[in-house]
Structures are given as structure tokens and as C-alpha cells.
Ligand binder design. Structure first.
Ligand SMILES: NC(=O)c1ccc[n+]([C@@H]2O[C@H](COP(=O)([O-])OP(=O)(O)OC[C@H]3O[C@@H](n4cnc5c(N)ncnc54)[C@H](OP(=O)(O)O)[C@@H]3O)[C@@H](O)[C@H]2O)c1
Length: 267
């Protein structure tokens, strides 16, 4: 299914994005790797060349609409078409609402929300021509607002609304739109998080949390594209929380209020 498909994965120099690229490369896809750091892009491209020769890197910030036009142009120049966009670039943020600076909110909206909107707008005409696929990587935090994760949750939920509108608008075009809700997934040691001031810092090791492997989360994304499932979860807890919120919304808030202290300390 992925042989010769041109796949653009934003934020794919580490973590879930890089693992998804590796698995798609092994399945014959032509890969476009991206992140803001040219060094990380070069390193990821060299790594992926073990699995496929059809891989290029385009460094730049997906929260910048002009860069996203460049992402499209360079991809089409190299591969002639675009089949699949995986909107994966994102950053987590920590801090209680009372502690967060406006700068932190602005930055996370730029990266997590506009960083999914701009690539979608830029690549949509090409993907529509191919009747291709657009995947949005949300989070369990995008199902409901989690304590200590307000900015992150808000942006991950905004992605869901955007994807829902897009799916309905594209319903007679043959384009597939999907939302993926990863649960806690193993992190690379260099993973960063935005602090309350909106500054990037290395994420502290999260103890006491059972994390899904990057491979399992990436396989769920690939499986979702193959089966064209609108919503997909890489963990049982994601499915469970979705059901809880839908059928017992008041109870969900009560449970979270009880677990608040524990969740806030997970950052
Ligand atoms: N890991 C989890 O537990 C988990 C759970 C639920 C959802 N998710 C979501 O899954 C996605 C991947 O998570 P991850 O844990 O693999 O993250 P990660 O290890 O922090 O990797 C994020 C990637 O995005 C890139 N990036 C960040 N901002 C960017 C921007 N503005 N433009 C282009 N690239 C950008 C980073 O590279 P540069 O810094 O070089 O730009 C990096 O390659 C994110 O959307 C995240 O919110 C993760």
C-alpha cells in the first residue's frame, strides 16, 4: 500500500515521527523528513538511508506558512507528487494556568495548532490530486483538558476540530482525514518541553508511567492510514477515556479532580 507513496512527516527527526518514517521507508514509501534543526534533519536522513534511498530532508518551522509552501515546492520538485501528510510536529508544555505566561500559550498555539494547519493548507491541492491521506497527531490530552496541561490540551483539541471540519468538507474528494490519539509514548532523551515561560527545556524522565513503545505508536498510525479509520488510539487508556468523556462527562471531571495532584506531578 505504501510502495512509491510520497509521505511528508513533519517533526520527524526523532521520536514518533522518526519511527513512523523508518517503518514507512521499510514499506517502500518515499520520505520527506522535517524539523527546525538542519543538523537533526541531516542525521535523520542518514539514518533512514539504511532502509531506503528515496528520502530527503527539508529543515524549517511548520508554524511558518511561507516555509510550508517551500516544503510543498521542494517535495514536488523531487518526487513529482505528494500522497500523504502526517502532521506530527508538536511540543508539550507544562504548568498550571495560574503559572503560565502568555508567551507559552502563544508559542504552543503556533507550533501545535498552526504547525498542523499551515502544512495542511500548503499540501492540500497536491494531496487532493492523489486522493491521498492527511493524518493529525493529537493526544489523549486532546480528548479533554488535563490538569497541568492546559495549553497542550487546548491545541491538541483544536487540531481535532480542524480535522473534523476538514473531513466533512473533503467527504466527496477521496481524500482520507484521520486523527491519531497517542497515549504516553517512550521519549527520546533529547525530547524538549515548553516551561511556564514558553522556554524549551529537556523533559525530565517520567517515573511511574507505563509508556507505549514508539514502534507500537508508529504502527498504529500506519495501520490507521491503511484502514482509513477516522480516529485511532495507540493505547487502551485512550479508547477508555474517549468513551468515558462521551458517556459520563460529569464523572470524568470528578475522577480527574481526584487525580489532579498526581497528574500535575507527572510533568
Ligand atoms: N510522546 C508522547 O508521549 C506523546 C503522546 C501523545 C501525543 N504525542 C504527540 O506526538 C507527536 C510527536 O511526539 P514525540 O514525543 O515524538 O515528540 P519529540 O520527540 O519532541 O519530537 C518532536 C519533533 O518535532 C520537531 N518540531 C518541533 N517543533 C517543530 C516546528 N515548529 N517545526 C518543525 N518541526 C518541529 C522536533 O524537532 P526540532 O526541535 O528540531 O524542530 C522533533 O523532530 C507530537 O505532536 C506530540 O504532541 C506524543
Amino acid at each position: 500500500m505504501f510502495q512509491d507513496k510520497v509521505v511528508v512527516i513533519t517533526g520527524s527527526t526523532q521520536g514518533i515521527g522518526l519511527k513512523t518514517a523508518e517503518l514507512l521507508g521499510k514499506r517502500g514509501a518515499k520520505l520527506v523528513i522535517n524539523s527546525r534543526s538542519p543538523q537533526k534533519v541531516d542525521k535523520a536522513v542518514s539514518f533512514l538511508k539504511q532502509f531506503t534511498s528515496e528520502v530527503i530532508g527539508i529543515s524549517g518551522d511548520v508554524s511558518d506558512a511561507r516555509f510550508c509552501d517551500e516544503l510543498k515546492e521542494t517535495t514536488v520538485q523531487k518526487f513529482g507528487k505528494i500522497d500523504i501528510l502526517i502532521n506530527n510536529a508538536g511540543v508539550a508544555s507544562s504548568g498550571l494556568v495560574s503559572e503560565l505566561h502568555s508567551a507559552a500559550f502563544e508559542k504552543i498555539v503556533q507550533i501545535n495548532f498552526l504547525g498542523s494547519v499551515h502544512p495542511t493548507l500548503a499540501l492540500l491541492p497536491e494531496i487532493t490530486q492523489q486522493k491521498g491521506d492527511i493524518i493529525f497527531i493529537s493526544s489523549i490530552a486532546g480528548i479533554l483538558g488535563l490538569p497541568g496541561y492546559s495549553a497542550y490540551s487546548a491545541t491538541k483539541r483544536a487540531i481535532v476540530s480542524f480535522a473534523e471540519s476538514l473531513k466533512i468538507e473533503l467527504s466527496d474528494t477521496g481524500v482520507f482525514v484521520g486523527i491519531n490519539y497517542p497515549g504516553f509514548t517512550e521519549n527520546d532523551v533529547q525530547k524538549t518541553i515548553l516551561n511556564a515561560k514558553g522556554e524549551e527545556e529537556i523533559l525530565k524522565k517520567r517515573d511511574g508511567i507505563k509508556a507505549t513503545s514508539q514502534e507500537k505508536t508508529a504502527l498504529e498510525i500506519i495501520n490507521q492510514i491503511e484502514k482509513r479509520r477516522f480516529r485511532a488510539y495507540s493505547s487502551i487508556s485512550g479508547k477508555f477515556i474517549q468513551l468515558l468523556v462521551r458517556f459520563f462527562p460529569k464523572l470524568t471531571i470528578t475522577i480527574l479532580s481526584k487525580l489532579r495532584k498526581r497528574m500535575e506531578s507527572m510533568q
